[in-house]
Design a protein around this ligand. Sequence first.
Ligand SMILES: Nc1ncnc2c1ncn2[C@@H]1O[C@H](COP(=O)(O)OP(=O)(O)OP(=O)(O)O)[C@@H](O)[C@H]1O
Ligand SMILES: O=P(O)(O)OC[C@H]1O[C@H](OP(=O)(O)OP(=O)(O)O)[C@H](O)[C@@H]1O
Length: 302
Amino acid sequence: MNLESLNGRLLFAIPKKGRLHEKCLSILAGADIQFRRDHRLDVCLVKNHPIALVFLPAADIPSFVGKGNVDLGITGHDVILEAKMQENVVEVLRLGFGKCALQVQVPAAGKIETVEDLAGKRVVTSFEVLAGEYFDKLDERLQLSGERKTRIEYVGGSVEAACALGLADGIVDLVESGDTMRAAGLHAIATVLDTEAMLIKSSVVKHPNLVPLVELITSRVAGVIAAGKYVICQYNISRAQLPAATHITPGRRAPTISPLEDEAWVAVSSMVVKGEIATIMDSLVAIGATDIMVFNLDNCRV
Ligand SMILES: Nc1ncnc2c1ncn2[C@@H]1O[C@H](COP(=O)(O)OP(=O)(O)OP(=O)(O)O)[C@@H](O)[C@H]1O
Ligand SMILES: O=P(O)(O)OC[C@H]1O[C@H](OP(=O)(O)OP(=O)(O)O)[C@H](O)[C@@H]1O
């Protein structure tokens, strides 16, 4: 592939490895963005759209998009703030995965119990901007200045080993399940930030001709995300209980209600948040709904 073949194409940055990579590939598949990635090649052309995918480290994507080198990207909210790119990128869509928290952690068996105890000591992190801002505020509140300020030190990885190695009194790192933190004998004493994956675009429109394609891709990605978030719940209910039923399953705009041969009954079909379906089915059973069925969505536009 030569660089000329990128001319006029929308550049779309995807995390090349790590926690967000696989989910991004399934979003691309769901949005029918077809490509074949040659082994180790980080740029590849999309077959069915004038798009080129650029596989980059998640932490580099905010700068590429923010500076307008790339038109669209998927990355974490945390690394957008860490790269100080919040003014340069627009977070177009929350993607509902890559959810975790940037937390202050200290040895569970140690003497430090609060961030106030940790202030003025040594903190190791890969998020020196966010940790720096957090501890600057804390230091200011505690009137710690000069030599007495909290020392933030950057490491590129294995942050959780820093306390055991005697390099730090506390760390600032991402926590999802807490397994990594607990395995390192640490516990969280404060949350700096909650984060999830975002679809982002540059806040400056460099290629106005690509705007319709950015909108098309955004709409497709939104459809894939919504399809993963909702299920369709269908059931029969007596007309007398219809107000109670539509209260339980109001749908996004309104439920679809269809007549049945038995005039005293109707069929209801409604989009329901996947995570709430068990409770909703319990409530429907309690008001006498029958033949309750739940269907997954392959794709949708909402
Ligand atoms: N445990 C986690 N759970 C959910 N999301 C996470 C988790 N860890 C990281 N993330 C999200 O994924 C982004 C990339 O983190 P990750 O550690 O996967 O990147 P990486 O350093 O590029 O990859 P690798 O860890 O393979 O070197 C983070 O900025 C964050 O938004
Ligand atoms: O709370 P948990 O579910 O254990 O997840 C937290 C861990 O996940 C991330 O690292 P990852 O495993 O992606 O690898 P990395 O350390 O190489 O970045 C993060 O840096 C934590 O170490």
